[in-house]
Design a binder for this molecule. Structure first.
Ligand code: SF4
Ligand code: SF4
Length: 149
């Protein structure tokens, strides 16, 4: 009998993944594109519902290839930065894998359906306000807790 082969995210470390595998690990939730505020005293990171102006309604980046030119603070996740992934939402596949945890049922790689990240309520779709529409002084009033629950 043939042995079942484990999917790549279960048998490979982040650093061993191909570019294609690495990219497919992103669930498309858009949570990392939410604006964050950091407490100066204890460095705690707070997520807000204010999202980068370049995010589309379907939680995709509209300037993906030039994102670092358009938004210098846009974070480009790389395997070598794995130790810094603690600030990512606790549902983020890169964070989960870096912590040795499993992907949830709604992850498109597990469900086989890119819509499940939305239907399960994980993505930011329909929950945000654009940073182009709200001055930074008002972001603190938009702090949310569903990225750290
Ligand atoms: S939080 Fe993680 S899984 Fe979600 S869009 Fe960002 S990088 Fe992808
Ligand atoms: S530039 Fe694109 S990837 Fe970067 S924060 Fe904005 S929407 Fe997200």
């Amino acid at each position: 009998m043939a042995q079942k082969v484990q999917p790549f995210w279960q048998r490979k470390s982040l650093g061993d993944m191909s570019r294609e595998e690495w990219e497919s690990l992103c669930d498309g939730c858009g949570r990392c594109c939410l604006q964050k505020l950091q407490d100066e005293e204890d460095d705690q990171v707070y997520y807000t519902r204010v999202v980068c102006r370049y995010m589309t309604e379907n939680c995709r980046c509209s300037v993906y290839e030039t994102r670092n030119e358009k938004v210098p603070t846009c974070v480009w996740l790389k395997p070598e930065d794995v130790e810094n992934f603690f600030w990512l939402p606790n549902t983020c596949a890169y964070r989960l894998i870096s912590e040795g945890k499993a992907l949830d049922w709604w992850h498109p790689l597990v469900s086989g359906d890119p819509e499940t990240v939305h239907s399960a309520g994980i993505s930011v779709r329909g929950k945000t306000v654009s940073d182009g529409d709200l001055p930074e002084e008002q972001w603190e009033e938009q702090i949310i807790n569903w990225c750290s629950e």
